[in-house]
Design a protein around this ligand. Structure first.
Ligand code: NDP
Length: 257
């Protein structure tokens, strides 16, 4: 295992939703820092394409089919990681969905569907990697919040509830597992150009321009903006940081307009 602060040689990372968007941006950073990557998502064709990109960087990569809302599927994902790489050091619990509707129009099924993926998912994944991380003497867990962990938006009540919840889940896991040398931190992305927000920009009029105008950096974020924070939170560089919620947002969350 490498000794430098940011070196991830010999470490093994599971990235849920790692086959595109922010997850692939983080997986790319981890791979470049030397980690072996398990891309865990539903769409196997998309996962194979993402794996090919990472392999070109020289990384060891595996793909695993998982549905994060299904606890047994999550357990199988961790077992498959073990079978392939014999350890798990880093979990990026990134998979997430949104259903955009005003609160009065959200059905019980839609509400539950968002909670299942965005809140149950990270919990099941963290629970499933814990025994291995504890046995190995430590680990790193990265969860993904949102600007809706901080602010309200009128069109995403279930999503916002899960993204607020995931910050509290992060703090809870961080305090519980600090004694096991497992650091758990949450990344709060600003508005990032991915499949998720391409759909949002079709559904919410004026969103693209509003975000650009409000973001001090003057642009939407890109998946590659998440490589650095992933490496930092997955490496020894962040060993005394736990339970934090770190905005990666071009200044959006501190801007008074
Ligand atoms: P994408 O839609 O590009 O990525 C979502 C990923 O999650 C996909 O790889 C998808 O793969 C996977 N996924 C969805 N449902 C499941 C499931 N049930 N089981 C396993 N994997 C699943 O969006 P982003 O990259 O934008 O989103 C990534 C994370 O970042 C999410 O948690 C999102 O909420 C968060 N985020 C995004 C922001 C943005 O502006 N883009 C802002 C704030 C937060 P597959 O379909 O193959 O399963």
């Amino acid at each position: 295992m490498g000794s430098s602060l940011f070196d991830l040689t010999g470490r093994v990372a599971i990235v849920t939703g790692g086959n595109g968007g922010i997850g692939l941006g983080m997986a790319t950073g981890l791979a470049e820092a030397g980690a072996a990557i398990v891309i865990a998502a539903r769409d196997q064709k998309k996962s194979a394409e993402a794996a090919e990109k990472l392999q070109k960087l020289g990384a060891r990569v595996a793909t695993v089919e998982v549905d994060v809302k299904d606890q047994n599927s999550v357990k199988r994902m961790v077992q498959a990681t073990f079978d392939r790489f014999q350890r798990v050091d880093i979990l990026v619990a990134n998979a997430g969905i949104n259903i955009r509707k005003p609160p009065q129009d959200v059905s019980a099924e839609e509400w539950q569907a968002v909670l299942d993926v965005n809140l149950n998912g990270p919990f099941f994944c963290a629970q499933a990697v814990y025994p291995a991380m504890k046995a190995q003497g430590g680990g790193k867990i990265i969860t993904i919040g949102s600007m809706t962990s901080i602010f309200g938006v009128p069109f995403a009540p279930a999503y916002s509830a899960t993204k607020g919840g995931v910050v509290q889940l992060t703090r809870s896991l961080a305090t519980a597992w600090a004694k096991d040398n497992i650091q758990v931190n949450c990344v709060l992305p600003g508005w990032i150009d991915t499949d998720l927000t391409r759909q949002a920009r079709k559904q919410v009029q004026g969103l693209h321009e509003r975000v650009e105008a409000r973001t001090p950096a003057g642009r939407w974020g890109e998946p590659k903006d998440f490589a650095g924070v992933a490496v930092f939170l997955a490496s020894h560089a962040s060993d005394f940081i736990t339970g934090a919620a770190i905005p990666v947002d071009g200044g959006y969350s501190v801007s008074g307009g």
